[in-house]
Design a protein around this ligand. Sequence first.
Ligand SMILES: [Zn+2]
Length: 180
Amino acid sequence: MDLSKLSPGMIAQIASMIEDYITSSKKKYAAQAEPLTEAQRNAMQAYFPTQVLDSARLCMLRDKRVPNPSMYSMAKLMGFRNLPDFSEMAAITYVDVIVSHQEFTDALLFHELVHVVQYTQLGVKEFAVRYMSGFIQGGSYEEIPLEKMAYQLEQRFSQNAKQIFSVDDEVRQWCEGGKF
Ligand SMILES: [Zn+2]
């Protein structure tokens, strides 16, 4: 199936499945997640709203991996290709619960907190819609605008940790500029 020909009704239906997946995963991992440590807060506080740093929860999986969403089998039948393998990802953010397969470096934490800001500004439903349509249009995980932005800002942070900027403002500008 040519994904660009998916009907708006179908797109809305898939987006709502993604939304349900995000919400239930948030619940599932929240129980074993913890707030940022003092050191993590200190490293992030110049870039993120206090509210985001207060609400974010981290869950590091030691001998488990996040399984792919159950909707993957259906998505593959529909013609989705290149679906990212969740177990291979460094971390995944479900609203404000960040699930990681490895120790949090500042760069990784920064990247995932950008997603928390995106969720906060867009809402879960809109985040799901934009994430999915970004994937359909770009054809791969790397081309999803919400990811591109997180990688760009993470890079800015890593390259020059002394140059402060507001992730909240950056995300707002992208939203207003229709970049995703
Ligand atoms: Zn990401």
